[in-house]
Design a protein around this ligand. Structure first.
Ligand SMILES: [Zn+2]
Length: 85
């Protein structure tokens, strides 16, 4: 078997994921409950949707996550300040 990693992803890992499921690892923590995941086999990206299920990470969802992450950081900073004061 020639193991050439093509940017399109190879069929064998795709089949593996279909049979055994994706091997997601957290690629980005957005908030305490929302995370972005990436499959180590086929590089597919998903994110936690508002309903708690995993959804394919589209560029639109990526944008939303980015904004939510900014808000979340700002809010947690403010909460820390309030605790100190
Ligand atoms: Zn996969």
């Amino acid at each position: 078997m020639t193991n050439s990693a093509s940017p399109k992803g190879n069929k064998i890992t795709g089949v593996y994921c279909q049979i055994f499921g994706h091997n997601y690892v957290v690629s980005k923590q957005i908030t305490r409950h929302i995370k972005e995941y990436k499959c180590t086999n086929c590089q597919k990206e998903v994110t936690t949707a508002p309903n708690g299920k995993l959804e394919p990470l589209t560029s639109r969802l990526k944008e939303i996550n980015y904004e939510v992450h900014k808000l979340y950081q700002r809010r947690s900073k403010r909460q820390k300040k309030q605790k100190v004061a």
